[in-house]
Design a protein around this ligand. Structure first.
Ligand code: ADP
Ligand code: MG
Length: 319
């Protein structure tokens, strides 16, 4: 079987048939139609074996996650997912692996109406790059730069589940197996992100942890923020872990949450309940935007929490 058979077998017809795809997989380029009045939102992410996922990660989960992280970026912009391209570098040709990977990718693509319209396939150390393309009405993409003092800081879902899984699974802690789904199969908050167009003043998705990612909103907006850690939405495992160890870094700085963090004027907070219900995802107010710079995290007793480090830095020391 040639490279072309591989592509035909596993990567043709992934996702729905969309009328805006004039030409998909199989030619030199895909031809895509962007309706007038809409802007194209584009984001690309690479997952490297041993850096972004454990070498024993199930291929089906990997197929899910590599698309999920891209859809999470579209969600954070308020964009509606449309198309994806996939660059795969594989150490060898393994039909069972490819089949499972394509299943995970296709199933999430179908859930969100995303058509796979092209890609590239090469041999080398396992690495997966996905580019996602979404659509958003002109001028309505939710940027990081719109947060203003006095606005509320909100997060979706629960924080720290994936971080706790990363802490426990390498130690073969079987009691943590149920957290694996939060690490390996994040559900991008696409419906919530789209519902927050015109409501959220700034938004980001939480890939590197609340402290680091909210920090990006603060820097882009030229503001500070105060978070009350006691208000963070925690699942029972993370709540139990924090209560026992006093270690807030799991929900605040461990990353891989793929929840949304956004700001909005306090007078708009009455819409949050309805938005959360309609998009099937809980939303919680966790703090306020302040004047000045930087993030202050208040412990339940009111003392200031001092983070050790925030987020994952691929090039430490490089500034
Ligand atoms: P070219 O050499 O012209 O770049 P390729 O041989 O790389 O063409 O790819 C042939 C076709 O298959 C192209 O349409 C490309 O987008 C698509 N393709 C290649 N690899 C993948 C993949 N992993 N997933 C989806 N489409 C792919
Ligand atoms: Mg090519």
């Amino acid at each position: 079987l040639s490279e072309f058979d591989l592509i035909r077998t596993h990567f043709r017809g992934v996702g729905p048939l969309r009328p805006d795809v004039a030409l998909g997989v199989g030619d030199d380029c895909a031809l895509l139609r962007v309706p007038s009045g809409l802007e194209l939102a584009v984001s690309i992410d690479t997952l490297v074996c041993g850096v972004h996922f454990l070498p024993d990660c199930e291929p089906e989960a990997l197929g899910h996650k590599c698309l999920a992280v891209g859809l999470s970026d579209l969600a954070a912009m308020g964009a509606e997912p449309a198309w994806a391209t996939l660059a795969l570098t594989l150490p060898r040709r393994d039909e069972a692996w490819l089949h499972a990977f394509a299943q995970g990718f296709s199933s999430l693509a179908a859930d969100h109406g995303v058509a796979l319209v092209g890609g590239d396939t090469t041999r080398g150390p396992l690495s997966i790059t996905v580019q996602v393309h979404g659509l958003v009405p002109q001028g309505q993409g939710v940027r990081r730069s719109g947060a203003r003092p006095g606005q509320l800081v909100c997060v979706s879902g629960t924080l720290g589940d994936a971080g706790l899984a990363l802490l426990r699974l390498p130690a073969r802690d079987s009691a943590a197996e149920h957290l694996r789904v939060r690490l390996e199969r994040p559900q991008p908050r696409v419906a919530l992100g789209m519902a927050l167009r015109g409501v959220a003043t700034a938004m980001i998705d939480l890939s590197d942890g609340l402290a680091a990612d909210l920090g990006h909103i603060l820097e882009a907006s030229g503001v500070g923020a105060e978070i009350r850690l006691a208000e963070l939405p925690l699942g029972s495992d993370v709540a139990e872990y924090v209560a026992r160890t006093g270690d807030w870094s799991v929900p605040v700085a461990a990353g891989d949450d793929y929840e949304l963090c956004f700001t909005l004027p306090p007078e708009r907070s009455s819409v949050l309940g309805g938005l959360a219900r309609r998009s099937g995802c809980a939303v919680r107010v966790v703090g306020e935007v302040t004047r000045g710079t930087g993030l202050r995290c208040l412990l339940p007793d009111g003392a200031l929490w001092a983070p050790v480090e925030t987020g994952y830095n691929h090039f430490p020391g490089a500034g």
